[in-house]
Design a protein around this ligand. Structure first.
Ligand code: F6R
Length: 255
């Protein structure tokens, strides 16, 4: 399902409300968490709504999609630090329930297996939040990643490292590799919300709709998921073919 919203603020409202409704109906929900610029306004809105509505989030378990290899959880650019800053330090989360890959694990491959196994032990993901890279990556599954992959170590593409350099200080080097949940881990989620905002994401969204399912564009795997919503602002939707826009479900109708 495709939903197009006027701006990032209305997307933040929609996704935050969806998260809260999910928690209310299943307090011990397992959330698949993403990081990156797209998620920042969403987490900010979620924290506000949790406060205002006094939602109990202590039963929520989360598994993050990815982490840079070599960064410890207290490194300011680690995704562990991101999650702490944007979510976990706020409003009553139980720290023991939140899981991220460990970018400093001594045996990375063994750690990846353990991470996928831990996810299975928790019964898998109820609701997965996803962003998308300009090259179509989801998690850090770069173009060409096998659709049956589980958690693994990935060499980040130059495109991804360049895109993410905006989060690092000048002269700081974006790590060359990362741990990511695999494509199959993501597809096992019972529900997926893929969010893309801004005109920089417009070309890859147009490619999504113009191409068949292909490992060359990881995002296209979502066409196979029975409960995946693609949530865009007008800027990210600006290059969609007219035929797609004609079919899209209006955000108002779905809200
Ligand atoms: C982050 C992640 C990535 C990002 C993607 C978009 O945990 O898995 O796939 O969602 O790189 O990043 P932003 O939102 O910064 O454009």
């Amino acid at each position: 399902m495709l939903l197009i919203f006027p701006d990032t603020s209305s997307i933040a409202d929609y996704v935050s409300t969806a998260l809260i409704n999910t928690i209310k109906s299943k307090p011990r929900v397992v959330l698949g968490a993403a990081t990156g610029g797209t998620m920042e306004p969403i987490y900010a809105r979620f924290v506000n709504q949790v406060r205002q509505q006094q939602v109990d989030v202590s039963g929520l378990t989360s598994f993050n999609l990815d982490e840079y290899v070599g960064l410890s959880p207290d490194h300011p650019k680690s995704y562990a630090a991101y999650m702490h800053h944007h979510l976990f330090k706020h409003v009553g989360f139980d720290g023991a329930r939140h899981h991220l890959p460990d970018g400093r694990a001594t045996d990375l491959d063994a750690h990846c297996c353990e991470y996928s196994a831990k996810l299975q032990q928790h019964g898998g993901i109820d609701l997965q939040l996803l962003g998308v890279g300009g090259n179509g990556h989801i998690g850090f599954n770069e173009p060409g990643t096998a659709f049956d992959s589980r958690c693994h170590v990935v060499q980040l593409s130059e495109r991804t490292r360049m895109d993410n350099s905006r989060f690092f200080a000048e002269n700081a080097i974006v790590p060359a590799s990362a741990i990511t949940m695999g494509m199959q881990d993501i597809m096992d989620a019972r529900e997926i919300l893929l969010i893309a905002t801004g005109e920089g994401k417009a070309p890859i969204l147009a490619e999504y709709y113009q191409n068949d399912i292909t490992e060359a564009i990881p995002l296209t795997i979502l066409k196979r998921h029975p409960r995946a919503k693609i949530i865009l602002d007008e800027a990210a939707a600006s290059l969609l073919p007219n035929s797609v826009r004609q079919d899209f479900v209006t955000a108002e109708a779905d809200c």
